[in-house]
Design a protein around this ligand. Structure first.
Ligand code: ZN
Length: 244
């Protein structure tokens, strides 16, 4: 009897020892309550939010939003997610990108990550866009559909500075719909969020959206970070999808 009484106290003690919340940006242990679910107060105030400039000015046929400027510490966070085996850093994005969705009243029935090429994902162990999408989906209470879209080619690792023409060829037909026919049918005419980590030229986002748009799915792009305000100068890359 006495042991029964001790167990909860013991577990509570264990939880306190094991669960030390840490900031996803600076890794320092922080005392709850955190101002945001995973970021300490100092880091939160230093993040380069795009509030007021989240809707990007670009020439695609669907809207694209970005939650942050691609400035310190975003390049560091995203690169350690991708190359330093720190998938846990994705948890910073869900709650804060959900803010973008709510501020702009973006409609969505599901969250779809821009997929990695299968072999690359197997090599890395995860898709960083998928982790961001799943953190976002969890915060919005929406399903995440990681295999609705499939990446046909490994277009992620590219030559250092591909020309627009090279990039166009690299991305040609790079994405297609996967095997989830039921979900595809259910989403026809419905809105989804297509999620990626960084928007650079916009060509990847445009290519990934194409099969979804062709299936009658209404796409809104949402990326964690973008360094630019205007993508108008990238018309060549953006219109590549019409030529392909
Ligand atoms: Zn911090």
């Amino acid at each position: 009897m006495r042991e029964e009484g001790l167990r909860p106290a013991f577990l509570r003690g264990l939880e306190a020892v094991l669960y030390v919340p840490s900031c996803a940006v600076c890794d320092q242990a922080v005392r709850p309550p955190l101002p945001s679910p995973s970021v300490c107060r100092d880091c939160l105030s230093a993040l380069p939010f795009r509030v007021g400039r989240e809707m990007l000015d670009w020439e695609g046929s669907f809207p694209v939003y970005a939650s942050f400027f691609y400035r310190d510490p975003l390049p560091r966070i995203i690169s350690s997610m991708k190359f330093a085996g720190r998938p846990d850093q994705s948890r910073i994005f869900g709650p804060l990108m959900a803010g973008t969705v709510l501020r702009h009243k973006l409609m969505a029935d599901a969250v779809i990550p821009v997929p990695l090429y299968r072999k690359r994902e197997a090599l890395r162990g995860y898709n960083q866009a998928g982790l961001i999408a799943s953190s976002l989906a969890e915060n919005l209470g929406l399903p995440q559909l990681p295999s609705l879209l499939v990446r046909q080619r490994d277009t992620e690792r590219q030559s250092e500075a591909p020309t627009v023409r090279e990039r166009k060829l690299q991305l040609k037909g790079a994405f297609s719909l996967g095997e989830e026919r039921e979900a595809q049918k259910a989403l026809s005419g419905r809105p989804v969020l297509l999620v990626d980590d960084v928007l650079t030229s916009g060509a990847t986002m445009m290519k990934a959206a194409r099969p979804l748009l062709e299936a009658g799915i209404r796409v809104t792009g949402l990326v964690a970070a973008s360094g630019k305000n205007r993508y108008a100068g990238y018309k060549d890359a953006l219109t590549a999808w019409h030529d392909a």
